[in-house]
Design a protein around this ligand. Sequence first.
Ligand SMILES: Nc1ncnc2c1ncn2[C@@H]1O[C@H](COP(=O)(O)OP(=O)(O)O)[C@@H](O)[C@H]1O
Ligand SMILES: [Mg+2]
Length: 380
Amino acid sequence: MNTLLSSPDRPDAPAEVAVRFEDVSKTYAARRGQSTVAALADIDLSVRAGSILGVIGRSGAGKSTLIRLVNGLELPTAGRVLVGGTDVANLPEEELRQLRRSIGMIFQHFNLLSSRTVHDNVALPLEIAGASRAEIRARVDPLIDLVGLADKRDRYPAELSGGQKQRVGIARALATRPSVLLSDEATSALDPETTRSILDLLTTINQELELTILLITHEMAVIRGIARDVAVIEGGRIVEQGDVFDLFTRPQHPTTRAFLAAESGRALPPFVAEHLSATPAPGSQQVLRIIFRGAHATDPVLSQITQQFGVAVNILGGAVDAIAGRPFGTLIVGVPEDPPLLEHISAFLAARDLDLEVLGHFALPAASPAQALGEVSHVA
Ligand SMILES: Nc1ncnc2c1ncn2[C@@H]1O[C@H](COP(=O)(O)OP(=O)(O)O)[C@@H](O)[C@H]1O
Ligand SMILES: [Mg+2]
């Protein structure tokens, strides 16, 4: 059950757990004119020390609530949240303060103080913690260097780009030397390229500072860009969790599949999607998605199918990619309408540990076959 607990480096050793949700539920009390909200239910989740766990879910799924439970900004209605083995609830005030210093947090809208310079924003948590001037001097400038903002030290937030603001947010979150970093949609306000650079920075910090990162997002690209472990949350429940490669290549839950639908290679070419139907039609082909993973990721499967079964395979789309550093490909093909043939192909692929999804039937529109062929020929 708890796949997140196993350590890839030492398969037999139980990995240390940095954050653990034990059967956690959270119900918000009724507000004026509204009923109670069951934001989270029966959450069991562990974040291995030093790992990056991504949690993906739609808006309202309960992601922010989940993350706010870790630093005690919210308390569970049932169950326990443990950070480094300590139950976050019922901590005496001073211990809760200390715990919060060991947990950094970054936000979608950065939450910087506009009246303070970069340096002074990063110094703020240290000032609050009562650090000396000397301690602040020794700590802040190296952090500003670490996030690549040495030349912006004395600038104000209004003078920075979104990516630079998030770098300040990251430096500030690291000021009190936390062991855990919480990221609530930290790249959601950024363009894809800036997102990439922030995810790279977080990866570096994870490795160099051995920082545990719990990151929540509504974007699959963020999960694939940084996490090794992933949980999918829907309606306050975790519907699927495990290794990122497995989740991308063998999604089990409809919510996960929906998140993956827009991923490269998984998405049907628009022309195919437009003419896909659930039932065969005159002249239609059966449309299949073949998923290449693991040892057979680079097998010449199409030519083998063509030779073995004597059929033409029509390539409609596809991509080869790497997920969490492992090769993975998808190919969308059309084959003749022939149920026994489909069974043979299915058995052939299964014997090679390749996955097959039957997507439907594709017929070229009768009105303009030449134009239609032109549209798909670039991938054929
Ligand atoms: N302080 C609150 N009081 C009442 N309901 C809340 C509060 N915070 C969040 N909720 C509700 O809890 C559910 C989960 O919210 P949230 O954790 O913010 O989800 P997400 O971050 O995934 O969008 C939503 O239905 C939201 O409206
Ligand atoms: Mg949220």
